[in-house]
Design a protein around this ligand. Structure first.
Ligand SMILES: [Zn+2]
Length: 115
């Protein structure tokens, strides 16, 4: 499972932060990833729980923000966002000459709530 290695590297980053900033309990972890990345929120939660039976992250809450897909329309040259995973027709001109320009962002650590 791809999520296990994502969580593993996340935990390594958090442990580094803990050493630098001297905290020993993490309450919440805010993450983001693109709609089109291969991150599966439920699998991420599962991997996180499996890998943190104890330690500074045990019991912490994962908060994952899914960034919307951005799409460029060639007909009217505008950009729009879509919450789905398929580019729809352009909401501005109803054209279908569109290209996805963003949405593949990998998992990113945004913020930690610590004690
Ligand atoms: Zn358009």
């Amino acid at each position: 499972m791809h999520e296990l290695s994502l969580i593993q590297s996340l935990l390594t980053i958090i442990e580094e932060h803990a050493k630098q900033h001297g905290f020993n309990k993490v309450n919440q972890i805010n993450l983001s990833c693109g709609r089109l990345s291969s991150v599966e929120p439920q699998a991420l939660d599962f991997a996180f729980k499996a890998l943190t039976p104890s330690g500074i992250c045990a019991g912490a809450r994962l908060d994952l923000t899914i960034l919307p897909m951005k799409i460029h329309c060639f007909a009217c040259n505008q950009e729009y966002e879509s919450k789905g995973t398929n580019p729809t027709t352009c909401p501005h001109c109803r054209g279908d000459q569109v290209m996805v320009t963003s949405g593949w962002q990998e998992l990113q650590l945004l913020e930690l709530d610590v004690d």
